[in-house]
Design a protein around this ligand. Structure first.
Ligand code: KIV
Length: 272
């Protein structure tokens, strides 16, 4: 058993230390109180309230529709479900794109209102100056490079990154580290490049579709538990088939209601 499983509350210092100790960081997304409570009880180190909620919770075609109020609403719910895991809130598209002043105001609002311990921003060198200002103001920031879903239109789709070389990604990772991020998400990056980035930067890298050499891994809750199949990326591994459990349970419930089996006496109140 790892010494980290004994830790009652994961802080930013534990996450930084885990890289040096060779302890892989296990992360998942969550969007509500009940699922947060479950993944926390399972022992994940970090929970992200991702803007992936746009798709898996709200049924949007991409993450761009998600608002600051939605992230705050879901992060507050997740916060109430967590005891141990470190909590990160994703900054939605448009909330850090207008001006640094506006971005700082929005990040402050997320930290103040939601209970998140950090925010996550997509981007490399282009957001490094903003990240430095946030870190200087005491806001923990997680970076996110590689395949950045908020850039879906400018990238012309969801494209795996690093096939043509590693120079830009390494420059971005170093700029983020320099700006003060405590960790960097590497999404959709070829394994050779994410290995090189992980060996280059001192902060932990958290991979999603970025191979096994990252310092940690993150996946989307609904993908891991087999609840969302509108599309299933190659990097997703299912650890449970909750969709089948819900469909089976739902059919049984309907059958019992239709046939007057439910509610039985044990689920009914009587006067006497
Ligand atoms: O929005 C999200 O869930 C994410 C993770 C997949 C890293 O950004």
């Amino acid at each position: 058993m790892s010494k980290y499983s004994e830790i009652k509350k994961i802080t930013i210092n534990h996450l930084k230390r885990m890289k040096n100790d060779g302890e892989k960081i296990a992360c998942l997304t969550a969007y509500d109180y009940t699922s947060a409570k479950l993944v926390d009880a399972a022992g994940v180190d970090l929970v992200l309230v991702g803007d992936s909620l746009g798709m898996v919770i709200n049924g949007y075609e991409n993450t761009l529709y998600v608002t600051l109020d939605e992230i705050i609403y879901h992060t507050k719910a997740v916060k109430r479900g967590l005891k141990r895991a470190f909590l990160v809130a994703d900054m939605p598209f448009g909330t850090y794109h207008v001006s640094e002043e506006d971005a700082i105001k929005n990040c402050v609002r997320v930290i103040k209102e939601s209970g998140a311990e950090a925010v996550k921003l997509e981007g490399g060198k282009n957001v490094a100056s903003l990240i430095k200002k946030l870190v200087d103001r005491g806001i923990n920031v997680m970076g996110h490079i590689g395949l950045m879903p908020q850039y879906v239109h400018s990238m012309g789709g969801y494209k795996i990154q690093g096939r043509e070389g590693d120079e830009k990604l390494i420059e971005d990772a170093l700029a983020l580290e320099d700006a003060g991020v405590f960790a960097i998400v590497l999404e959709g990056v070829v394994a050779e490049v994410s290995k090189k980035i992980t060996e280059t930067v001192k902060v932990p890298t958290i991979g999603i579709g970025a191979g096994k050499d990252c310092d940690g891994q993150i996946l989307v809750f609904h993908d891991v538990f087999g609840m969302f199949d509108d599309f299933v990326p190659k990097f997703v591994k299912r650890y449970a088939d909750v969709k089948s459990v819900i469909l089976d349970g739902g059919k049984k419930y309907i059958e019992e209601v239709k046939n007057d089996v439910f509610p039985s006496k044990e689920h009914t109140f009587f006067r006497g």
